[in-house]
Design a protein around this ligand. Structure first.
Ligand SMILES: C[S@@+](CC[C@H](N)C(=O)[O-])C[C@H]1O[C@@H](n2cnc3c(N)ncnc32)[C@H](O)[C@@H]1O
Length: 251
C-alpha cells in the first residue's frame, strides 16, 4: 500500500514510434500528475532509424509473418536517456506478466520508469535480454502496439501518485486495493425510472452504511471474480457472509 508520503518526483521515459499518442495524458485527473513535478518524456525510436527511409524493422530470421523491431535503433534510443534517469525498464508485451494493482503499487514507488512500446511483430529478443528488466502484459489479448498498454500503465500508476487524485481516500477505496471489487454505487435522483436508491444509503447511519458497502463489495467479487476471493484473507464476518450466501442462495 502507498503511504501517501512521496520523497521524490517520478519520471516516465517512453520509447515509441508514435510520441503524439501520449498527448491523451493531457486530459482528466492524470494531467495533474505532470503539473505536480512528475515528468514524462517520449523518445522517438524512428529518429534512430538505420537509413534515411526511417527503417527500424526487419524481416524475421527463420521466416514468419511480419516485421520485427531491430535492436540497434532501440538501443540508440534507450541510450539517449542518461543511465541514472532510466530506472526500471519495462517492455509492454503479450508475453509479459499480467498487470495487477499490486504491480501498479510496486511501480508507483519507483523514481524512474522507462517504457518500451513495441510495434509490428514485436522486438528482437536480444534487446529484451540485454536491456529490459521486466515484460508486462495488459491482458490476454493482442493489440497493434504498446502505446495504449503504456498509457494504461502510466494512468494507473499516476492515480497512485500523491496529488493526482484530489481525494486520496478514493484511491485507497478503489477496487483491488483490499483485494476485492467495489460494490454498486448510486447518485441523484433518489428514484430513477421507479428504481429507488437502497434505503440504508439514505439513512445517515455511517456504521450501517459502511457494513452494507463492505458486504456488497464481497458479494460483487464473489459473483464476478470468485478467483479474487481465494487470494484475500477474509475476516470471520466475511467468511460467515459467504457461507450464508452459498447455503441460503440469497443472491
Ligand atoms: C501486434 S503486437 C505483437 C504481437 C506478437 N506477434 C505476439 O503474438 O505476441 C505489437 C506490440 O503491441 C504491444 N502489445 C500487444 N498486445 C499487448 C498486451 N496484451 N500487453 C502489452 N503490450 C501489448 C507489444 O508492445 C507488442 O510488441
Amino acid at each position: 500500500m502507498l503511504t501517501g508520503i512521496k520523497l521524490f518526483d517520478m519520471r516516465f521515459n517512453v520509447l515509441t514510434i508514435f510520441p503524439e499518442i501520449f498527448n491523451v495524458l493531457e486530459y482528466g485527473v492524470i494531467s495533474k500528475t505532470f503539473d505536480n513535478n512528475n515528468s514524462i518524456k517520449c523518445y522517438d525510436i524512428r529518429k534512430n532509424a538505420i537509413n534515411k527511409h526511417g527503417q527500424i524493422d526487419g524481416k524475421l530470421y527463420g521466416g514468419g509473418e511480419g516485421m520485427l523491431m531491430m535492436p540497434q535503433p532501440l538501443k540508440d534510443t534507450l541510450f539517449e536517456i542518461p543511465e541514472s534517469e532510466r530506472g526500471h525498464v519495462v517492455y509492454l508485451s503479450p508475453q509479459g506478466t499480467r498487470l495487477t494493482q499490486d504491480k501498479i503499487i510496486d511501480l508507483s514507488s519507483m523514481q524512474a520508469l522507462t517504457i518500451l512500446c513495441g510495434r509490428y511483430e514485436g522486438v528482437d529478443q536480444r534487446f529484451i535480454d540485454k536491456y529490459v528488466d521486466e515484460e508486462i502484459s495488459v491482458g490476454d489479448f493482442v493489440m497493434s502496439g504498446g502505446e495504449y498498454p503504456a498509457i494504461c500503465l502510466i494512468d494507473a500508476i499516476a492515480r497512485n501518485l500523491p496529488g493526482t487524485v484530489g481525494n486520496e481516500d478514493s484511491v485507497k477505496n478503489d477496487s483491488f486495493s483490499n483485494g476485492l471489487l467495489k460494490g454498486p454505487a448510486y447518485t441523484r435522483p433518489e428514484i430513477f425510472e421507479d428504481d429507488q436508491v437502497p434505503d440504508v444509503l439514505l439513512s445517515g447511519n455511517h456504521s450501517r452504511i459502511s457494513e452494507w458497502k463492505a458486504n456488497k463489495s464481497l458479494i460483487q467479487t464473489y459473483l464476478r471474480r470468485p478467483d479474487l476471493i481465494n487470494k484475500v484473507k477474509l475476516t470471520k464476518k466475511q467468511k460467515k457472509l459467504l457461507e450464508e450466501l452459498e447455503s441460503k442462495d440469497i443472491l
